[in-house]
Design a protein. Structure first.
Length: 176
C-alpha cells in the first residue's frame, strides 16, 4: 500500500489519481469522525468536502503526518461550524431547537441493559470537556496516540493522561 505522504507528493506533482486514492482511503473514517463531532449528517458531509478542498488548496504545505493533518483540518472546520451554529442560535434566541443540546431521557428502571449502557455512554460523551472530547473523537476515528498528539498539538503523554481520564469518566458514567 502506498503511503499517504507518497500520495501527497504525487498530488503535488499534479497526479489526480493520488487525490482519488487519498479520498477513498479517508472518506469513511473522516465522515464518521465529523458525524460524531457535528451530530448532523448533511453538515458532516459538507465539512468532509471542505477538508478535502483544503487538501487540494494546501497540497504544497509541509505536512509531517498526512492523517493527523487531515483530521486537524477537519476538526477545525467542524469547530468553526459549531461556533457559527451557536452564534445563529443565540441570534434568534432558539437554543432549545438545537438537538445537540438535548439530553436523552433517563431509562425508566436502573437495570443497565445494552440500550441503557449505550444511552449512558452517549450522555457521558456529550458531557466531555473539549480536550477529552477531541481525544475521544480522534481515537474513535482510528487515530493513534501519536496522530492524536500531532492533531491536537500536545505531547503524547498528555494524550495518554487525557485518554486515562476519558476512560475513567465514561466508565463511571456507564456504572452510574
Amino acid at each position: 500500500m502506498v503511503s499517504d505522504e507518497v500520495l501527497l507528493s504525487r498530488l503535488r506533482a499534479g497526479e489526480l489519481a493520488a487525490f482519488d486514492a487519498l479520498y477513498a482511503r479517508y472518506e469513511a473514517p473522516l465522515l464518521g469522525f465529523l458525524r460524531q463531532l457535528l451530530r448532523d449528517g448533511a453538515e458532516a458531509e459538507d465539512a468532509l468536502q471542505e477538508a478535502f478542498v483544503a487538501v487540494v488548496r494546501e497540497r504544497d504545505s509541509e505536512v509531517r503526518c498526512f492523517k493527523a493533518w487531515l483530521y486537524q483540518v477537519a476538526r477545525h472546520g467542524a469547530q468553526n461550524r459549531i461556533r457559527s451554529r451557536s452564534r445563529g442560535v443565540r441570534a434568534i434566541g432558539a437554543a432549545a431547537l438545537d438537538p445537540t443540546m438535548a439530553e436523552p431521557p433517563p431509562a425508566p428502571d436502573r437495570a443497565l441493559d445494552r440500550e441503557e449502557r449505550g444511552a449512558a455512554l452517549a450522555r457521558g460523551i456529550a458531557s466531555l470537556p473539549t480536550g477529552l472530547a477531541d481525544v475521544y473523537r480522534l481515537r474513535a476515528g482510528g487515530a493513534s496516540y501519536d496522530e492524536i498528539a500531532d492533531a491536537l498539538g500536545v505531547p503524547v503523554g498528555t494524550v495518554k493522561s487525557r485518554m486515562n481520564e476519558l476512560v475513567n469518566r465514561l466508565r463511571s458514567e456507564v456504572k452510574a
